[in-house]
Write a protein of this length. Sequence first.
Length: 201
Amino acid sequence: MKYGLWVLIAFFSLSVQAVTLPELQQRFSQQPVLRAEFEQQRSISGMTKPLKSSGELLISQQKGLWWAQQKPFPLTLLLDDKRMVQTLAGQPPQVVTADNNPQMFQFNHLLTALFHADSQALDQNFALQFSDLGKSQWRLVLIPKTTPLDKLFKRITLNGAQFLETIDIDDMQSDATHIRFFNQRTAPQTLTAEEQQRFAS
């Protein structure tokens, strides 16, 4: 009876343990490779119907971020420490670096910080409001505090549990973007040969 009581107490203690931002960052840092699918919906002022898109993404701590929109048209975004390459079907790739467009490069570089919940990188540009929602659910609200981000966004809200599940972006034009991530996978923990090729372009 005592043994069963201790098991129950231990289980309850684990279940009510609060999630913190440092613990979340540590958890994400232990995911060297993350694969997922996404659905994005953007509501723009003056438009009756939201714009919808979907595709897949690949995040490697060593290589960077590969974002492939498949619908409504193919578009690929490759981002690493040195460059951002955007490829639209039938057009030559557009390359952005810290030298030729520092503001755009900085903004897109924040994408990797979002997926890794990198508080050190995010804290340079945002006031962070982290909440433990219970049952392993959490929320991180980012309020821009540097220019030009404070001229573009009201807030960026991240929600998740084991993985990042949604990003909601509210901008200064009263437009809103909602991105949902699903089918997240961390195995295998190294890039396949095909995935290596995606970062070689």
